[in-house]
Design a protein around this ligand. Structure first.
Ligand code: G3P
Length: 285
């Protein structure tokens, strides 16, 4: 199946498994990229060996092998590789990891958490020409800070990953955040591209496309559903209506401040960072 002609949004797979890359390519006939994270890599490694326990270096080597395998299957796509980070990880440590991971494959986007240290690392790495994907986004202020911290990078080099499902989980309509950031970025012609993540259902998939996301990453099962729908694409007016969710109001901020000035604190970013670190550390002997 070639890409639907009405679809300009790029479609990524959200998985730490090269087997999923292969089966998605077979399913869709195309794939624009793949996102990985510590939890997804842990899941893929445990699927092969439930009792896995590795040394630090062995774990990094396993991650490298996984992304190299994925990269070979989608050489013209993007593959996101996430640095290890917890609340105490400083920018310099993320920068060192990011530089190293960027040598693993030619088509990497280095995933960094949207924390103060992550933004500082993004500022340095994009200045060196490294592509980045800023993850665990839950607010417009964080999106503004990413724009400011990576200003000067070219379009295609900076992705921003809002997690819609995790906002839904706590009663807020995550798709609203996609619309708000999309409107805010359009006004300023931002270089940053929105990559909708934490996609839990086909409605999220269609609504985020209608809301103006540049890219969407989803688990294989959502792409299976999309294929089963004969690759439906939404009207621009498609909306995600959920009476049980409160809408997220516009909290536009100017994009011209320095990145250190934005209030980027968000509980879900802190919790997400901790979960990634826990899942990663649980693999270490
Ligand atoms: O790409 C991020 C995504 O994997 C998170 O999804 O379902 O754990 O919120 P979820």
């Amino acid at each position: 199946m070639p890409r639907p002609t009405t679809l300009t949004t790029r479609i990524f797979l959200d998985s730490g498994s090269p087997d999923d890359t292969r089966s998605t390519l077979d399913l869709l006939g195309f794939l624009d990229g793949q996102t990985t994270n510590p939890s997804l890599v842990a899941k893929a490694l445990r699927a092969d060996n439930p009792d896995i326990a590795l040394k630090q270096q062995e774990l990094m080597d396993a991650y490298k092998g996984i992304v190299q395998n994925i990269s070979q299957m989608i050489p013209h796509g993007s593959v996101s590789i996430e640095v290890y980070g917890d609340k105490d990880t400083v920018a310099e440590t993320m920068i060192t990891q990011g530089r190293e991971m960027n040598t693993w494959i030619p088509n990497a986007h280095i995933k960094l958490p949207t924390t103060k240290a992550g933004l500082e690392a993004a500022n340095v790495l994009t200045g060196e020409g490294v592509r980045v994907n800023m993850t665990l986004i839950f607010s417009q202020a964080q999106a503004a800070a990413v724009h400011a911290a990576t200003f000067g990078a070219k379009k295609g080099d900076v992705f921003l990953s809002p997690f819609v499902g995790r906002l839904d989980d706590r009663g807020e309509n995550g798709i609203d955040l996609i619309s708000r950031i999309s409107d805010m970025y359009k006004k300023e012609e931002s270089h940053v591209e929105i990559l909708t993540a934490s996609v839990r259902n086909i409605d999220h998939f269609l609504a985020s496309i209608a809301a103006g996301t540049d890219i969407i990453t989803c688990p294989k099962k959502i792409l299976d559903e999309w294929a089963a729908s004969n690759f439906i694409t939404p009207e621009a007016t498609y909306s995600y209506t959920r009476d049980d969710l409160s809408s997220i109001p516009d909290a536009s901020v100017s994009l011209t401040q320095s990145w250190q000035e934005y209030n980027i604190q968000h509980d879900l970013t802190d919790a997400g960072l901790q979960k990634f670190a826990d899942d990663w550390n649980a693999l270490i002997a």
